[in-house]
Write a protein that binds this ligand. Structure first.
Ligand code: XAN
Ligand code: ZN
Length: 439
C-alpha cells in the first residue's frame, strides 16, 4: 500500500456543466493498493487513517490524472513537422509514403517503440491510437504496447480506394484481419480494439459495412475515424456518396455512430450532424494543433457544446505538432480566443478536463480512469519542472493552484514530466541528470 503525497488536481466533473469542477488538494494524499485508489483527501487525514502505508513524497510538483489522447497515429511519428500543406496534399506527399513502409515488420517495430516511448514521456497514460494499414504492424504494436503498461485502444486502419494500392484492402480481408486482431488483442491486459476505417473518402460502402459487421459481432470494441476535417475533403466525400445527407451520414447509415465512436476533427459540421452525434452520444476528438498546422480551420466548440456533443482532445500526431496534451490544451485555448464571440472562453479547469476526464468519457472508460476518484486506477502524471526553468520560476510565484494549472498548460513540455504511472505501475521516470537545468 502506497500513499502518494503531492499537490493534487483533477476534474471528476465537467467544468462545462459543473461550476467548481476543479478539485485541488494542496497537500494531498492518495492511497493506492493493487493499482487502485483506496482513499484520497488532505495528506494528514489519509496518513492518520493509514499510518503504515509507505509514503511517496512528491511535494514540489503537481500530480494530475494521466493524460488521455483520443486521436494519435502510430505510423506517423517520424513524419511530424511536415508543414506547409493542407490535408490531402499532406497525406499524399508526407504521410502515406511513410505508412507504406510499415509493411516491413522491423520498420514497424522500431516505429511502434518510438511512438509508445513518446506517449509515456509526455505523460499520456491512455490513447486511442489510429493504427497501421498492415495487420502484422498491428500485432507488433499491440505486443510492444503490452510491454509498456500503457492503456491503448487501437485498431488496424482500413481503406479500399484513393490512397495508394499497397495500402488498400478489400471488405472481406478487412473483416477477416480485424476479427483475428480483435480475438487476439481486445481486452488482453490493458489493450482494447477500435475498428478504424481511415475516412469515408478512402472507404467504399462495402468496406464500411465490413466495419459494421465487426462492431455487431464484437459490441464492446470501439470505433474511430475522421470527420469534416478539411473543406476539400468534405466536398470529395459529398461527391463519392451522392445519396448521403452529409459526411456523418456515410458512417451513420452503416451503423457506425454509437456511444463508443470517436470521430476526429469535425471542424466543419452541419447542424444535423451535431444533433445526430449528440443523440448517439458519440464523441468528437478536437485536435487543435493539427487543425492549425494543416490549416483545417477553427473548431466550433460552442456549437458542439450547445448541441450536447461530447468533446475530448487529440494530438493527431503527425498532422499535429507533437505528443504533449499540455500543448494541445493551450492551442485549444488559443483557438477559442481567436474565435472571439463565437469561441468558448477556456480556463485551466477546462484544459485539464479536456486532456483527462473527457478522454476517459469518450472511450467509455470513465469508471476506470480520468480522475483521482476512489476506486479509479492510479493513472497519473507527476509534473515537476527542472530547477531554473521558466516554468519552475513561474510556479514558485503562482498565487494559487488554479494559476499553477494555467502555468503548466502555458509553459509545460515533455521536460517537465517527471514520472508517470498506469494502474499503479511506474511506466516512465525522467532521467535524473535532466533534473537540473541552468543552475
Ligand atoms: O489529420 C488527419 N490525418 C490522417 O492521417 C488522415 N487520414 C485521413 N484523414 C486524416 N486526417
Ligand atoms: Zn488523424
Amino acid at each position: 500500500m502506497k500513499l502518494y503525497r503531492a499537490t493534487l488536481m483533477h476534474t471528476p466533473e465537467s467544468p462545462f456543466t459543473a461550476p467548481d469542477a476543479l478539485q485541488v488538494q494542496e497537500d494531498g494524499g492518495l492511497l493506492v493498493e493493487e493499482g487502485r485508489i483506496l482513499a484520497s483527501g488532505p495528506y494528514a487525514q489519509v496518513r492518520a487513517n493509514h499510518p503504515r502505508a509507505e509514503v511517496v513524497d512528491l511535494r514540489g510538483g503537481v500530480l494530475l490524472p494521466g493524460f488521455i489522447d483520443t486521436h494519435v497515429h502510430y505510423p506517423q511519428v517520424r513524419v511530424l513537422g511536415g508543414l506547409g500543406m493542407q490535408l490531402l496534399e499532406w497525406l499524399d506527399k508526407n504521410t502515406l509514403p511513410e505508412e507504406a513502409r510499415l509493411s516491413d515488420d522491423a520498420y514497424a517495430r522500431a516505429v511502434a517503440r518510438e511512438f509508445l516511448s513518446a506517449l509515456r514521456s509526455n505523460g499520456t497514460t491512455t490513447a486511442l491510437v489510429f493504427g497501421s494499414h498492415y495487420a502484422s504492424a498491428m500485432d507488433i504494436f499491440f505486443s510492444e504496447a503490452a510491454q509498456t503498461g500503457l492503456r491503448v485502444v487501437a485498431g488496424q486502419v482500413v481503406s479500399d480506394r484513393l490512397l495508394r494500392p499497397e495500402l488498400h484492402t478489400t471488405p472481406e480481408r478487412a473483416y477477416a484481419e480485424g476479427k483475428a486482431l480483435i480475438e487476439r488483442w481486445h481486452g488482453v491486459g490493458r489493450a482494447l480494439y477500435a475498428v478504424t476505417p481511415r475516412f469515408s473518402l478512402s472507404a467504399s460502402e462495402g468496406l464500411l459495412d465490413a466495419c459494421a459487421a465487426l462492431m455487431t459481432e464484437f459490441p464492446d470494441v470501439r470505433f474511430t475515424s475522421h470527420l469534416n476535417e478539411n473543406p476539400r475533403e468534405v466536398e470529395a466525400v459529398r461527391e463519392l456518396f451522392p445519396t448521403a445527407r452529409d459526411y456523418l451520414d456515410t458512417y451513420e447509415r452503416a451503423g457506425l455512430v454509437t456511444r463508443r465512436s470517436v470521430l476526429a476533427h469535425n471542424v466543419h459540421p452541419a447542424d444535423r450532424e451535431l444533433a445526430v452525434m449528440a443523440a448517439h452520444r458519440c464523441s468528437a476528438a478536437h485536435c487543435p494543433c493539427s487543425n492549425s498546422a494543416l490549416g483545417s480551420g477553427l473548431f466550433p466548440l460552442k456549437r458542439h457544446l450547445q448541441a450536447g456533443v461530447h468533446v475530448s482532445l487529440g494530438t493527431d500526431v503527425g498532422g499535429g505538432t507533437g505528443f504533449s496534451l499540455l500543448k494541445e490544451g493551450l492551442q485549444a485555448y488559443f483557438m477559442q480566443q481567436l474565435l472571439g464571440a463565437q469561441g468558448v472562453p477556456l480556463g485551466p479547469a477546462h484544459l485539464l478536463y479536456l486532456s483527462t476526464r473527457a478522454g476517459a468519457e469518450a472511450l467509455d472508460l470513465g469508471d476506470l480512469t480520468g480522475d483521482f476518484g476512489v476506486g479509479k486506477a492510479f493513472d497519473a502524471v507527476y509534473l515537476r519542472p527542472p530547477q531554473g526553468t521558466t516554468l519552475d520560476t513561474v510556479l514558485n510565484h503562482a498565487d494559487g493552484p488554479e494559476r499553477m494549472l494555467a502555468d503548466l498548460f502555458t509553459l509545460g513540455t515533455q521536460q517537465d514530466v517527471a514520472q508517470v504511472w498506469v494502474g499503479g505501475d511506474a511506466v516512465y521516470r525522467r532521467a535524473s541528470s535532466e533534473q537540473e537545468v541552468g543552475v
